[in-house]
Ligand binder design. Structure first.
Ligand code: HEC
Length: 305
């Protein structure tokens, strides 16, 4: 009887904590052939199959550990991503998950008061592209779609495990009031110190830069890069979408130029989220219609995109 109860508990809460060092070994043997030596850029074979960069926090955002483990076990139907459920044990798969997440910033690092988050890629529309182009020149084709994580204050108590991912179904989305919105986390790759660094922008709901992190497995490189980016914290804001960031002369002109471009890309992606959100809540603030027994309630005629 006790054994059955224990088994049920284990099934309900598979909170397996993997070992990243073990995961690195499994990764080199099973995954590097497609996803590349460090998981940052796919190999030629991987690129042909359209394999993603595994250590990009933006790519990982929509997945919790269980969903990642499930994906590695089953693969992705109709793509070049094979399932590893037969070749690897559950523990080995959780070791891989631990390795993939090692050294990466957590959403709670940007907004410790966040209880829930959404993650969705947005493609910049024509007005956004024109605004950017007028200030820093045109974006390249592969720079126009960006993953946006939007963070919300919790409805009740703050979850102990960090913010909870809200899947994109219309009913759950409706419960996320724009009034609870804390801000956004958006990753943009930039050239910095002779390499490509993935910079995480923590933007407030007012689009001011609240926090900047660098997703780099090397703690020294990460700390040095984050120090270089510090002058940009507090910069930006809705009116800055019409002009470039300045860093008030505290960062090099080259870095200021690079960051101005990256900021506009991040902030305009957040604006794309806002457009989506206001379409969703279009009827929320309308005064209630006079009470006619059969008239549809405002809540029944919300628009979903
Ligand atoms: C034969 C090449 C190949 C191998 C080997 C491979 N993958 Fe993949 N993987 C892919 C491709 C291609 C995709 C992109 C699938 C798609 O189009 O969504 C992918 C996607 C993924 C994703 C989803 C990421 C995202 O954001 O879309 C994860 C996670 C992943 N792979 C993990 C692994 C792990 C862990 C291993 C080793 C156990 C592994 N892969 C081995 C080809 C491969």
């Amino acid at each position: 009887m006790e054994a059955v109860a224990l088994a049920l508990i284990l099934v309900a809460e598979p909170a397996i904590v993997g070992d990243p060092a073990q995961g690195a070994r499994v990764y080199r043997a099973e995954c590097a052939a497609c996803h590349g030596a460090e998981g940052l850029a796919p190999t030629a074979l991987g690129a042909k199959l359209k394999a993603s960069s595994l250590r990009d926090p933006a790519q990982q955002l929509p997945f919790d550990n269980e969903r990642l483990a499930d994906l590695i076990g089953h693969g992705i139907d109709g793509t070049g991503m094979p399932g590893f459920g037969r070749d690897l044990s559950v523990l080995e798969i959780y070791d891989l998950v631990a390795w993939m997440r090692q050294g990466l910033p957590h959403l709670a690092d940007y907004f410790p008061a966040a209880g829930q988050y959404l993650a969705k890629p947005f493609t910049l529309d024509k007005p956004a592209l024109e605004r950017i182009s007028a200030i820093v020149g045109p974006l390249a084709e592969n720079e126009t779609t960006t993953m946006v994580a939007t963070l919300f204050a919790p409805d009740g108590a703050l979850p102990t495990e960090g913010p909870e991912y809200v899947p994109p179904d219309p009913i759950r989305l409706d419960t996320l009031s724009p009034k609870r919105k804390l801000g956004y986390v958006i990753y943009v790759p930039i050239a910095m110190g002779g390499q490509t660094q993935l910079v995480g922008f923590g933007l407030g709901a007012d689009l001011v830069i609240k926090k900047l992190t660098v997703a780099n497995g090397n703690p020294k490189t990460r700390a040095a890069s984050e120090r270089e980016l510090a002058p940009f914290i507090g910069e930006g804001g809705r009116q800055k979408l019409k002009s470039a960031l300045t860093s008030r002369g505290r960062a090099s002109p080259a870095l200021t130029k690079t960051m101005a471009r990256a900021y506009l890309r991040a902030a305009e992606s957040a604006v794309m989220y806002d457009k989506d959100e206001s379409a969703r809540h279009v009827f929320d603030d309308e005064p209630a219609t006079p009470k006619a027994a059969d008239a549809p309630k405002a809540a029944d005629i919300k628009v979903h995109r």
